[in-house]
Write a new protein. Structure first.
Length: 94
């Protein structure tokens, strides 16, 4: 059974959400520290928001969104709040 973890970031420049960035994501297992995703492209949502969805069968994960743009307020943005969506859940998971 696949579990989707959707991570979000918000990049700011001059107190306004920054669009048009090249943003990549690293995803790590919170228990082992192992790198599950390395420098994968994030999707721009709009108004400075970016997202990345990581699918796996088990575990808990955190993400770091990164940009090389030096004019943003924070070039590395962590996200530890994840949204778990179980695809095709069993009766026990509902």
């Amino acid at each position: 059974m696949a579990i989707d973890y959707t991570f979000f970031a918000f990049f700011i420049e001059n107190q306004i959400g920054k669009t048009g960035l090249t943003v990549t994501v690293d995803v790590r297992n919170v228990y082992t520290g192992s790198l599950a995703v390395n420098n994968q492209a994030a999707t721009e949502i709009g108004s400075g928001f970016y997202k990345y969805t990581y699918s796996t069968t088990s575990g808990d994960y955190v993400a770091v969104f990164k940009t090389a743009t030096t004019t943003v307020d924070l070039m590395h943005f962590p996200d530890w709040a994840v949204q778990r969506i179980v695809q095709n859940p069993t009766v026990d998971e509902i």
